[in-house]
Design a protein around this ligand. Structure first.
Ligand code: HGY
Ligand code: MN
Ligand code: MN
Length: 416
């Protein structure tokens, strides 16, 4: 089967217009987006996406986790579909492109197939995975995790946000609880376009990231129990200071991650003090340690050392210490034949490219458990992401989507 010709290219202006249109939904306070999963803003973005998919002649299916699957028919209805997607939900102070580029890039590939009258053997399914971010309901990649059989539906439905609202209730409230059994769909292959969310491609002057692997992750939720007390009248030697224990654990996590260099990260993004009053020493402190590495031994070694040393730190301060893993996936190796399709597409289209390991987690990491999967990356300005300043160029978005388009056609097999 002939490879797509080098002149087959998507419509970068139409892609960019769609990105800017979606960015109007759930605006942030500084130019980015706050379209957190299962909020009214998420529902609005879903409705817009569905309208675009239906305008492109696709039929929409939704599963019981709220993941959206828009199908473009293939010539062989018995052939398993090629799935292409990412996520439309954002961080609270998210950018306009994290996840969104992958969903709307996949839609643009279908729009271009329609324009050119391209027919493929395999159907194409453009996918919007629910709750990729895990910002509101931990863990990240929750819906794709249920799809891959890593989590069961009851566990997922029971996950709660900081206000005590459950995933299942919120999904029903916004009206996006689909009827499809999660994971019943079988994939021929899965592709995901995503911004790098790091500085490498831009620094190396490369248009395309050929993603060979994704680093693994642990999210360890610590609950430290001190004694709520007056910050003024409580003598220093009478304090049971959970906040002090937390700060010593943060320093320890930094030390463990630095000792595991190169190829390891560790930090904390979310802390909840209770009662969180400025003149009360916290009775409890809850925070999630996020550690990652592409090296399995390093990843598990960091976890073991942190879980060994944290209770020792707390014991010195008479602070109670409990830890629960609330997110995990091992380092992922993507499908070599799909990775080669991405590399060949970049070369055919004349884009510079670099093999890269994804620093961030993606739904592709769980898709890879049930089908051959890989990713395409484009640079982002100064490597900034999970920040409203996240920015890419139209050229980068176009290049990434061109490569995605070609790789998908290679796998879906053009028949006319
Ligand atoms: O945490 C991650 O890597 C992804 O952004 N959910
Ligand atoms: Mn993402
Ligand atoms: Mn993200």
């Amino acid at each position: 089967m002939a490879a797509p010709g080098e002149n087959l290219r998507i419509d970068g202006d139409r892609l960019w217009d769609s990105l800017m249109e979606m960015a109007k939904i759930g605006p942030g306070i500084a130019g980015g987006n706050n379209r957190q999963t299962l909020t009214d803003e998420d529902a609005e973005g879903r409705a817009l996406f569905q309208s675009w998919c239906e305008a492109a002649g696709m039929t929409m299916g939704v599963d019981a986790m709220g993941t959206m699957f828009a199908t473009r028919a293939g010539e062989d209805s018995q052939a398993l579909p090629v799935y292409v997607g990412s996520h439309l939900d954002t961080q609270p102070t998210g950018g306009k492109y994290d996840g969104v580029l992958g969903v709307l890039g996949a839609l643009e590939a279908v729009r271009t197939m329609n324009d050119l009258g391209i027919k493929t053997k395999h159907p194409i399914v453009v996918t919007n995975w629910a709750n990729e971010e895990g910002a509101r309901f931990a863990p990240a990649m929750l819906a794709s995790g249920v799809f891959a059989g890593v989590h069961d539906l009851d566990y997922a439905y029971g996950r709660k946000d900081l206000e005590g609202k459950s995933y299942g209730d919120e999904l029903k409230r916004i009206g996006w609880q689909g009827s499809e059994e999660v994971g019943a769909r079988k994939m021929h292959a899965y592709y995901e376009l995503h911004i790098e969310q790091g500085p490498i491609l831009e620094a190396e002057g490369k248009d395309i990231g050929v993603v060979t692997h994704c680093q693994g992750l642990w999210w360890l939720e610590f609950t430290l129990t001190g004694r709520a007390a007056h910050t003024g009248s409580t003598p220093m030697n009478m304090r049971v200071n959970a906040g002090l224990a937390m700060s010593r654990i943060f320093e320890m996590v930094q030390e463990v991650a630095m000792a595991a260099q190169p190829g390891a990260v560790g930090g904390v993004g979310q802390v909840t003090f209770s009662p969180n009053s400025r003149n009360v020493l916290p009775g409890s402190v809850v925070f999630t340690v996020d550690i990652r590495s592409p090296d399995q031994a390093k990843l598990d070694g960091m976890r073991a050392e942190i879980e060994r040393r944290a209770p020792e730190i707390c014991a010195e301060l008479d602070v109670g210490c409990a830890v629960e893993p609330v997110g995990h996936f091992d380092p992922v190796t993507f499908a070599p034949e799909l990775v080669e399709n991405v590399r060949k597409a970049a070369e055919r289209l004349g884009y510079s490219h670099l093999d890269i390991i994804s620093g961030a987690g993606h739904d592709a990491c769980w898709a890879a458990k049930v089908a051959p999967a890989t990713m395409v990356m484009c640079p982002c300005v100064n490597g900034i992401s999970h920040n409203e300043d996240e920015e890419i160029s139209k050229e980068w978005a176009t290049a990434g989507t061109d490569v995605l388009f070609h790789a998908v056609l290679e796998t879906a097999e053009i028949v006319a």
